[in-house]
Design a protein around this ligand. Structure first.
Ligand code: FAD
Length: 307
């Protein structure tokens, strides 16, 4: 019940100010965010890579209000690309971007986001790595998939994210199941209306399995973005059923969530990529993590009373 309230709060500037200023918030945020600075995120990358994991880095920033912020976000990603090039991990360390951070929601946003994200995708290719376009709320899906198409024409390894809670996603999975396509399948983290998305968690789960079957049966590279033990087990089973070797798909989980399971999958010989968010603009990301799981919220509330 609290989930929708927290997702609405994730979009509220006044609640953002209160939560961000509370001193108790910081230690809880640190559980989900690798730090505010690039060097902290690189320390997390090294530590995870030493344990056999792959990573995708997200420089936090979304819902910007002016084009100058989009340029700052682009530049932060160019710095990140240079740092990843120095690390030399190739595609074992890739990047995730939210197009809203590149101006997608501003006037002329589609063209602006494409213009701002293109140099990052070019720099990533030059550095031997790649970019995955995160998916945001349903109003952005057409624009994000069109930008993906433009980028893939030059950089076919650019990845997409599809959300099983949207009615349209099975069709999108068919469209993106071709050779060379990299698709992260997630359940979806935004508050969406009943006109476009399943509201019942069981329906979202069933849709996830239908979508995963399409991707696993296809010619592309499926990326299973879920902490759900059932989805992980079904992913492994579908991998076997469709004759995929462990290198032909991967699991993805968020930084700080189900770390023992992340280790287990690596030990079993699977590719496991950890999504590492870093930066000062952590509020929206943090609130979505609280909304997802009562235990995350309880952890936050406990820290308020035990301080
Ligand atoms: P849920 O359906 O939330 O939970 C199912 C079960 O999983 C739980 O009952 C529990 O057994 C287990 N579980 C879940 N969370 C935990 C936990 N914290 N600790 C222990 N067990 C847990 N969403 C987007 O909308 N756009 C994106 O671009 C996007 N990118 C993502 C990238 C990655 C790598 C991941 C992992 C998620 C991403 N998401 C994105 C978020 C996603 O849409 C879901 O909101 C989120 O992953 C929660 O769904 P779930 O499948 O993990 O499990």
């Amino acid at each position: 019940m609290l989930g929708p309230v927290l997702l609405a709060a994730a979009r509220s500037d006044s609640i953002r100010r209160v939560v961000s200023a509370a001193p108790v918030t910081r230690p809880v945020v640190d559980r989900f965010v690798a730090g505010e600075r690039l060097d902290a995120s690189m320390a997390a990358v090294r530590s995870l890579a030493d344990r056999g994991m792959e990573v995708t880095l997200d420089h936090l920033g979304e819902d910007i209000t002016d084009p100058a912020e989009a340029l700052r976000n682009r530049d932060a990603y160019l710095q990140l690309t240079a740092a990843l090039k120095d690390l030399g991990l190739g595609e074992r360390a890739e990047m995730s971007v939210k197009l809203s951070a590149f101006g997608q929601a501003l006037p002329g946003g589609h063209e602006l986001a494409l213009k701002n994200v293109t140099p990052v995708v070019e720099a990533a290719a030059e550095a031997g790595t790649t970019v995955t376009l995160d998916m945001e709320d349903h109003t952005t899906v057409d624009s994000t998939l069109a930008i993906l198409g433009e980028l893939r024409a030059r950089f076919p390894q650019t990845g997409a994210v599809l959300q099983s809670y949207l009615f349209r996603t099975e069709d999108d999975c068919h469209a993106l199941a071709g050779e060379g396509s990299r698709v992260r399948l997630v359940k979806g983290a935004y508050k969406e209306p009943a006109t476009v998305a399943f509201q019942d968690k069981r329906e979202v789960d069933k849709a996830y399995v239908r979508c995963l079957k399409i991707l696993m049966a296809g010619e592309g590279y499926p990326m299973i973005g879920s902490h759900d033990p059932r989805m992980v087990a079904i992913g492994q089973e579908l991998g076997r059923r469709f004759g995929r070797k462990p290198a032909e798909y991967e699991f993805q989980m968020l930084y700080g969530i189900r770390e023992a399971e992340q280790e287990r999958l690596v030990t079993e010989g699977h590719r496991m990529r950890v999504y590492i968010p870093y930066g000062t603009d952590w509020y929206g990301y943090f609130m979505r993590r609280l909304a997802e799981r009562p235990a995350n919220l309880a952890f936050f509330l406990r820290s308020l009373v035990t301080k």
